[in-house]
Design a protein around this ligand. Structure first.
Ligand code: GDP
Ligand code: MG
Length: 347
């Protein structure tokens, strides 16, 4: 049986900044930790089925549309072929930069020669595989003392829901989890997290509407240290009066956390909405810089049939995609695995 529970060493002080990484790749293979729910929604424990669903359009473009470029065996690699191929690649949502990289690679290797479809697919697979290769990173845990995870992102991206899903996972794997309702800007946000915590059965530190989120972070960490929690997860606002205020506030929350536990926050997760356009992505860049993000949670991937969007997101942010959100239920969170993703692209 696999537990996603970090080791606790009783002799260590809670302030130790040493960190360890646990590979939770088998998180979904532990039947005792999974719900028996096999309803029609995407089931993250069935990797093949959810990949197939979120990659429907991307798969179709890569296979059917690319195949249509060949009317006879072998096709000459010329400007016409390259621009037709480029147009298809862009439509997969894998991004202009990746489409250009693939086009250039084909040009370099096959210029003025004939190419088969298998050669093209192989090059696509290699380029995407290389781009995502270093983007695999399991959740980081403190070696001793509470692990602190800060969650940031624009309003509506899916922060609070993702926190609930993550807390649920961790709780199911025998971690003592504490939530910090740090989005004090919206009254409903605190209430929303409280409802989730009741449902999960984990503890929460609440913040008054309009109160200082730094103080919520402070109280959450104090409680986590004093009462030996394994993990605390802190929610933040996605919007304030000005964007500038928000960035300053995130920096302040980070400083408050770092003062409590050296090396914390151990993770700063940026939640992105997979269905949002390029504008939302650029907006999120500000968060990434101000909060020093360490990983991405790509929420609402179930709302997109073009999961290819993971490629430009991972590339643009230079951050690993740690989790993907696949629905609104507590169970709808999966660990992102680049190898599985690259394989599933061509299934
Ligand atoms: P926040 O403002 O960033 O905290 O975003 P919320 O967590 O409140 O989520 C905004 C909306 O997106 C809510 O209606 C959520 O139920 C929904 N949502 C969040 N994650 C997912 C997901 O993975 N899939 C789907 N379909 N909806 C999601
Ligand atoms: Mg929220």
């Amino acid at each position: 049986m696999v537990f996603w529970k970090r080791k606790r060493e009783e002799t260590n002080t809670p302030n130790s900044s040493e960190e360890s990484s646990i590979e939770p790749s088998e998180l979904f293979d532990d039947p005792s930790a999974e719900s028996a729910d096999t309803s029609e929604t995407l089931d993250p424990s069935n990797k093949t089925s959810w990949w197939r669903r979120v990659l429907t359009k991307t798969n179709e473009l890569l296979k059917t549309d690319i195949r249509d470029l060949w009317t006879a065996e072998g096709r000459l690699v010329d400007d016409e072929f390259l621009s037709e191929l480029y147009a298809i690649l862009v439509r997969t949502d894998m991004g202009n930069a990746m489409a250009t990289k693939i086009k250039d690679s084909i040009y370099d290797q096959y210029r003025a020669r004939k190419i088969e479809m298998e050669n093209v697919l192989e090059i696509i697979r290699n380029e995407i595989g290389t781009a995502l290769k270093n983007k695999k990173a399991p959740l980081k845990f403190a070696d001793s003392g509470p692990t602190c995870i800060l969650v940031v992102g624009v309003n509506g991206s899916g922060k609070t829901t993702s926190i609930a899903k993550l807390a649920y996972r961790l709780t199911r794997h025998r971690n003592k989890v504490l939530l910090g309702a740090g989005d004090t800007f919206r009254a409903a946000a605190v209430e929303q997290l409280k409802i989730w915590s009741d449902r999960i059965g984990c503890d929460i530190v609440l913040g008054e509407h309009g109160s200082d989120p730094g103080s919520v972070a402070y109280r959450t960490l104090q409680k986590a240290i004093a009462e030996n929690y394994d993990v605390c997860i802190i929610d933040t606002a996605g919007r304030l009066q000005t964007q500038n205020n928000l960035m300053q506030e995130l920096e302040k929350i980070k400083r408050v956390i770092a003062k409590q536990i050296e090396g914390a926050p151990h993770e700063v997760l940026l939640v992105l909405d997979a269905t949002a356009g390029q504008n939302a992505i650029s907006q999120a860049k500000g968060f990434s810089q101000a909060a020093g993000c360490t990983g991405i949670v790509l929420a609402k991937l179930d709302g997109s049939a073009k999961g290819g969007v993971i490629v430009p997101i991972a590339e643009q942010f230079g951050l690993p995609v740690k989790f993907v959100g696949l629905g609104e239920r507590l169970e709808d969170l999966a660990i992102f695995n680049p190898e599985e993703f690259t394989k599933a692209l061509f299934q």
